[in-house]
Design a protein around this ligand. Sequence first.
Ligand code: GAR
Length: 194
Amino acid sequence: MKKRIAVFVSGTGSNFKAILEKTEAGDINAEIVLVVSSNPTAGALSIAENSQIKTHVINFKDKSKINSEYVIVSDLLTVLNIDYIVLAGYIKILPAFFVKKYLGRMINIHPSLIPKFSGVGYYGHKVHESVLAARENESGCTVHFVDEGVDTGEIIMQAIVPVFGDDTPDTLAARVLIEEHKILPLALKKLCAD
Ligand code: GAR
């Protein structure tokens, strides 16, 4: 039986697209049945809609209601019988009850070689800016299980890229993203085969 996947996004959705293509091609024993977004204008939402995948946008406007927003998402995931969650460019911190429910069943892609440049405050371009400021010779990306910490869960896969002297955050991000699009589908394939 194909594993049922929910993908959480906040932006462009290129990692979501990478796993969508592999699931649609039958390369991964999985079907993406839901896309949850923290951002109503995320590009990932139109990718999902074009593939007739159900979408749900979390409302972050009223801070006092965020926990109940996650209860709604959690109930939706239960109704849809979700096996695994993939955080693919999801930049919000999840509440503890939610992480607990999906412990061992939720993975995240992070654009650095964890433990370097990871944790609170390190997301998206901020990571690449920090890598360049620290004059690192190499960077990369990591797929890991999500636990109660921020970017602290067990590592599943990493890929390394060189950092060049004339890199900008954009050029480095683009080089890392190419590797993200390889290791995220591979990690999901491994997870869904077990
Ligand atoms: C990716 O580089 C991903 O690793 C990063 O956001 C980008 C999303 O791109 N995630 C984080 O920084 C999480 N801490 P995408 O929307 O095109 O997949």
